[in-house]
Design a protein around this ligand. Sequence first.
Ligand code: FES
Ligand SMILES: [Fe+2]
Length: 383
Amino acid sequence: MTTATVWQPLFERLMAEMDRRSSPDWQAPQVTLDPAIYQAPERFAAERQHLFARLPLCLGHADQLEPGSVLAFELCGVPILMARGRDGTFGVFLNVCRHRGARLVGEQGEVCRKQSLVCPYHGWAYRLDGSLAGVPRAEAFPDLDKGLRGLRRLPSTVRHGLVWAMLDPDAELPEMAAYLGELDRELEAIGIADHRFYRQHAVTRAANWKLIVDAFLEVYHVTRLHAGTIGPFFSDAVAVNDGVGRHVRALIAREDTPEILSLPPQQWSPQQHATLVHFVFPNSIFIYHPDYISHLGLFPNAADQTLFVHTMLIPEKPADEKAEAHWRRSFDLIDDGVFNREDLVICEQIQRGLKSGANDALIVGRLEHNLHRFHASIDAALP
Ligand code: FES
Ligand SMILES: [Fe+2]
């Protein structure tokens, strides 16, 4: 499949949208959202059970872990351990010792090089493939079958260089190509698998996870909230949006998008000539900037508290100090300047505003129709 086959029809729709409002979103009815969906503990418990424990979640890019290293994170209250053996094989486990349950790897969110994993409590040792390697004073456990006491493995796979896992060890991982649907060939066309890990920043923010998804699904705010940062690169809220199963794709016009008219369609690039966004249900957002990719993973701890994990992927490892300085500046601008100081600040303000009772319904206009798509998919997934 050529690049043009994938992107040309989207760009044609985007050009039509720039000319005149031709997208079906302009026919959409105005909808409202109930503030309770962001606050009620029962609603949060249902989302945990029916979305976060039952669906594959993207935990990041495989390139973050060199062979022979591990990375521990607590995601949605579940202690997770990603491990990459020296042969390059990936495994995702519960970061819980099989003796009496102590946490195996203490460092959180930090890649650590390890030969083996030794529990700090009584020293049971595990290999990076999760198998139990050694038990001090083994004579005290005459009945122990070491083969049965490897780390609890979470269903996981790597597709497009991305690590997908289920937080429930008993859940069944779906076939990822089918799960991603049309987005599968787009991740392929973008070449995300060949990208390299540059940096990750994980931060806990006082906002419901869906408020953060909402913020990345609409472009109505981009030229306004981001007026002092990235706003000037964009047209005022011109995009083509599609529900792709439960996922969402948006191709967003930039000021220089009309330049494609002087290029053959094979050269139309969703990164160079527009901004492509993929939302992968339920909690991942991929933003394709002109020269790098941001992956955002949202992992709620409570109705009003979310771990926001931003991973920056770049086309190749920085070759020298100049390249390193370029990526460092890009990361700081987008992660700190835009996401943390602009989008996430607003999300936290909304969370507090919801509690005030000022709005008994939140109004979603036609430029924000993706929010309707997202919330309708959640409603359909909950009992
Ligand atoms: S709890 Fe890990 S060795 Fe005892
Ligand atoms: Fe934003």
